[in-house]
Design a protein around this ligand. Structure first.
Ligand SMILES: Nc1nc2c(c(=O)[nH]1)N[C@H]1C(S)=C(S)[C@@H](COP(=O)(O)O)O[C@H]1N2
Ligand SMILES: [Mo]
Length: 356
């Protein structure tokens, strides 16, 4: 992949990148991402949790506070959903100037089958007060970011938290959550960027004023500078990715294929409604041709797409772009922002086609 870095990757970025791995793009072949290939993003440390003593505390502005064990949660009606999860920072390392944080290229995505119980029924049982506006989700993990010490916490407006697709998940792909994905419990908010899906959940607190914790109020905003409040990051913008064709050169990852028919395939998703169109460019984004798009694999999961390319010998830059039901289309290059979020600029895959 052609890089647009303005400076060398630092050891601090490497330290983050080694802890938080992406989806190897060849794993886009799997409808459901096998455990271990799904991307990972953990801000601080992965907590060590003893499920025998762990409890979820549901409190704040509620008539009936609840304290639920893992067995209590598993005894409630269970639901399994296929959900495509993407980090809001996906694409960050491709912004120029680069923003110092987890340096994703475009691989911070995965689709899993999450099993849990509906959040709405837990909120109903606790009876949120009349003046309640948000639910705050508190993780067990503590750290310092932006010079502020805090537990990882995010909130959701109650009407979003009550949507039927939102679940408290204790299993992924039919197995208990592994430590890195939030054992014993996390929230899954289909359609929203990853930061909303709080892992290692210890408390849900219903509040009567909008939550102003660091991960909510300071981080995850689209803004040009630190002095601005900006727009909060919410749902996932459309993106299409292709499985890099052929085989790679070890260091540059440039692809090599033989001339002739090359069957390109990939996935596309959006948190703003189904993807309605995927197009492919073999000339660096100058011209576009429609790909064949499959039905989505679920209301909140990616769609597969394919494109038959009659490849002539030469050097190419392949791209793909998605358009969703809301009319959002991927830009060739997204506008830079201070937090390095929402970079859904199109993928560019360098390919050498060899004569036969
Ligand atoms: N408690 C807690 N929850 C968290 C995070 C975290 O650092 N702590 N990271 C968030 C971010 S930024 C993302 S993108 C997703 C990643 O989920 P995954 O690691 O299961 O893929 O978890 C979210 N939930
Ligand atoms: Mo993220």
């Amino acid at each position: 992949m052609a890089t647009e870095l303005d400076a060398q990757i630092s050891l601090e970025e490497l330290q983050l990148a080694a802890r938080n791995h992406g989806l190897p793009l060849e794993a886009l072949r799997h409808d459901v991402t096998p455990l271990g290939l799904h991307y990972l993003l953990t801000h601080f440390d992965i907590p060590f949790v003893d499920a025998a003593v762990w409890k979820l505390e549901v409190g704040g502005s509620v008539a009936r506070p609840l304290s639920l064990s893992l067995d209590d949660l598993k005894a409630r009606p269970a639901v399994t959903r296929r959900v495509t999860l993407e980090c809001a920072g996906n694409g960050r390392a491709l912004y120029a100037p680069r923003v110092l944080s987890q340096p994703w290229l475009q691989e911070a995505v995965g689709t899993a089958e999450w099993t849990g119980t509906a959040l709405a029924s837990v909120l109903d049982e606790a009876e949120a007060g009349e003046s309640a506006v948000e639910a705050v989700f508190t993780g067990l993990d503590r750290g310092i970011q932006g010079d502020v010490e805090h537990l990882y916490e995010r909130s959701l407006p109650l009407e979003e938290a009550r949507r039927e697709e939102v679940i408290l998940a204790y299993a992924i792909n039919g197995q208990p959550l592994p430590p890195q994905h939030g054992f014993p419990l996390r929230v899954i908010v289909p359609g929203w960027y990853g930061m909303t899906h709080v892992k290692w959940l210890q408390a849900i607190t219903v509040v009567t004023e909008p939550f102003t914790g660091w991960q909510q109020d300071v981080a995850y905003h689209v803004r040009e500078s630190e002095d601005e409040q900006g727009m909060p990051v919410t749902r996932i913008l459309p993106r299409a990715l292709m499985i890099p064709p052929g085989f790679p050169e070890f260091l540059s990852r440039t692809r090599f294929v033989d001339a002739g028919l090359v069957h390109l395939q990939g996935r596309a998703w959006s948190g703003w409604g189904a993807v309605e169109r995927v197009e492919v460019s073999t000339d660096g984004g100058a011209t576009w041709v429609d790909a064949v798009l499959d039905d989505p694999m679920g209301e909140f999961a990616w769609s597969a797409w394919t494109f038959d390319w009659e490849a002539q010998p030469g050097e190419y830059e392949l791209s793909c772009r998605a358009t969703d039901a809301a009319g959002n289309i991927q830009p060739l290059a997204a506008d830079w922002n201070h937090d390095g979020v929402c970079n859904n600029g199109v993928q560019r895959v360098g390919v050498v086609v060899r004569g036969t």
